[in-house]
Design a protein around this ligand. Structure first.
Ligand code: AGP
Length: 612
């Protein structure tokens, strides 16, 4: 889950350094353990790299001209070898004539390393898997970089998107993609490679989506794509709709806060693009017939992290609306437990980035068992999308902050739309219920905007809570799913040890951890479960807990139990997760801010996890 960028311009325009550095900054959410750049200057590869943020690299190069028309760059999320200058990319071969940037993992790198040292006396400088690629290409190089890369790739196993330059070929970048994201950007008199769209948004709108096992040869005038058989192929140009501003903070202190405030628009877009004049739902990207939908005897929702939490609510919604059993699993477990999946299974993969390798691997497993693959994805043209039978895009726009917010609520909206669509198609939802649901969902963007106006009171609450080192989140039904998400948000950006549990499960052990002043966040938005939640709150209060409740306006009973209450606008139980999660996102944000945490780039995390 590193970020790679490559740029080739005309020889007389020597701006590669700045263009690549700027692109890396836009990809820093993919990893920020170290960064580096390789520029071809006068037939020599000038490599500069430094541990830590890109600012360290900029400072390292401050005062150096380093003018060049071609280069590759990298921002790292460490997998093999701790963050250090030596382990930073680009990595070079022994004489520095080849430089490589890499996103992914070379699974057989130890074997190759031993072979290279034994057969060619190669001495390795770093602990990384990537360095073997540079040495492999180096030993195969005889003046044709593309051929040398082919030979190296034939020896490698694993996941990789690599960008390669050679000192003696100052007008060419060769890149290869296998199970890690790679795009090529088509400029005027210059061309690019990158791991993700935000790196190129400032310069291009036309890109090529590179498929698995394809090689790209990029020069200033041309981008050539070669398929697995190494035959040149033509590729349709993909026009990016996101604008450069979308990848900027627009005055907010952090991308996370900006993206929290973008949720009304994201939810509005995700819903209203799918409602026809007559109020029926049209699911673009889904080509399932009535027979297909009636043929499924099980739905499997599989995802990771926040996307998995959206699936937890999705299970309730789709079971309830489509009257079909729904199983849910984390992708890394589903992948290896030989699940009961067959051609009567609808497999729903949820992923913001569409590049999470655990989810991609689970998808391939389900596909191999004959399941129909429907994915709910935010990044257009991503791997999960391309390997699915049906793709249902969330219209959240680019999500830059590592902590996912607007992707989660738009994923929830997709769960409601899929449940309503399947239920209506099967004829198991009464019109009245369908219409009630649709009108409630249409009111969410406005209710969410109103909720966001109360941000300051949550900020003030956060000022009271930020010193806590342990927090418990409890909820029942769909609120239990929301409590997991609230807990994850707090954990991943404030590093507070936070734990979520279904409220009814608390008394079976975990309540032993509740003592005087322990902070408990109780999400109680389900009218049918309200009484039960109030007694769970009494249980923890009886052990001295300090309770913050989240409830629907009008449900004031909770004030007698909880120490503080955050109210969300009234709505039917089923759609409340679209609202109740937002105060939890805001609270996590301001607690992390009070603790001085790096909110957009939390330690040890990265935006899309492209390793298993
Ligand atoms: C959430 O805030 C985290 N960034 C992480 O849990 C994330 O949800 C998970 O890695 C899944 O990512 P995806 O949606 O891109 O597949």
């Amino acid at each position: 889950m590193c970020g790679i960028v490559g740029y080739v311009g005309k020889r007389n325009i020597r701006d590669a350094k700045d263009i690549i550095l700027d692109g890396l900054k836009k990809l820093e959410y993919r990893g920020y353990d170290s960064s580096g750049i390789a520029l071809n200057i006068g037939g020599r590869l000038e490599v500069r790299k430094h541990v830590g943020r890109i600012t360290n690299l900029e400072n390292l190069m401050a005062g150096e001209t380093l003018n060049s028309n071609i280069g590759i760059g990298h921002t790292r999320w460490a997998t093999h070898g701790a963050p250090s200058d030596l382990n930073s990319h680009p990595h070079c071969n022994s004489d520095g004539s080849i430089a490589v940037v890499h996103n992914g993992i070379i699974e057989n790198y130890v074997e190759i390393k031993e072979w290279l040292s034994k057969e060619f006396g190669v001495v390795f400088k770093s602990e990384t898997d990537t360095e073997v690629i540079a040495h492999l290409i180096g030993i195969y190089y005889d003046g044709d970089l593309q051929e040398a890369v082919y030979k190296a790739v034939d020896k490698m196993r694993g996941a990789y998107a690599i960008g390669v330059v050679a000192a003696s070929e100052p007008d060419k970048i060769v890149a290869v993609r296998k199970d890690a994201p790679l795009i090529a950007g088509l400029g005027e008199g210059c061309n690019f490679i990158a791991s993700d769209i935000p790196a190129l948004l400032k310069h291009v709108r036309k890109i090529y989506l590179i498929e698995n096992n394809e090689t790209v040869v990029v020069t200033a005038d041309d981008v050539k794509i070669y398929n697995e058989a190494r035959k040149e192929i033509k590729r349709e140009v993909f026009h990016v709709t996101w604008d450069a501003e979308a990848a900027e903070k627009e005055g907010y202190d952090h991308f996370m806060l900006k993206e929290i405030h973008e949720q009304p628009k994201g939810i509005y877009e995700t819903l209203n693009r799918r409602i026809e004049e007559d109020g029926s739902i049209k699911l673009d990207g889904i080509n399932m017939t009535k027979e297909d939908i009636e043929g499924f005897n099980k739905v499997f929702i599989v995802a990771c992290g926040t996307a998995y939490h959206a699936g937890l609510v999705g299970k309730f919604v789709i079971e309830n609306l489509a009257k079909i059993p729904v199983e849910i699993d984390v992708a890394s477990e589903f992948r290896y437990r030989d699940p009961f999946v067959d051609d009567k299974t609808l497999f729903i993969a949820i992923s913001q980035s569409g590049e999470t390798l655990d989810t991609l691997a689970a998808l391939r497993e389900a596909k191999s068992k004959g399941a129909r693959i429907l994915s709910v994805v935010n990044v257009v043209g991503s791997s999960v999308a391309r390997e699915s039978d049906d793709v249902f895009y969330t219209w959240a726009g680019p999500e830059i902050a590592v902590a996912s917010t607007k992707a989660y609520t738009t994923q929830l909206m997709c769960m409601y739309l899929i449940g309503l669509y399947m239920g209506r198609t099967k004829g198991v939802i009464a019109d009245e219920r369908y219409n009630q649901y649709m009108s409630e969902l249409k009111e969410i963007p406005e209710k969410l905007t109103k909720l966001l106006e109360g941000e300051s009171s949550i900020r003030d609450l956060a000022k009271e809570l930020y010193k806590r080192e342990q927090v418990f989140f409890i909820g029942r039904g769909p609120d239990a799913g929301v409590s997991y998400e609230g807990s994850l948000k707090l954990k991943e950006i404030s590093y507070i040890n936070s734990f979520a549990i279904a409220a009814g499960e608390l008394k079976h052990g975990t309540i032993a951890l509740i003592e005087k002043d322990t902070l408990v966040i109780a999400i109680a938005t389900q009218d049918k479960l309200y009484e039960k939640m109030l007694s769970n709150i009494q249980e923890v209060k009886a052990r001295g807990a300090y309770v913050i409740g989240v409830a629907k306006e009008g449900n004031k009973e909770i004030e007698k139990q909880a120490d503080k209450v955050i109210y969300i606008p009234d709505c039917i139980d089923e759609v409340s997760p679209l609202l109740s999660v937002v105060p939890l996102q805001i609270m996590a944000y301001y607690i992390a801010k009070e603790r001085g945490c790096d909110i957009d780039k939390p330690k040890n995390l990265a935006k899309s996890v492209t390793v298993e």
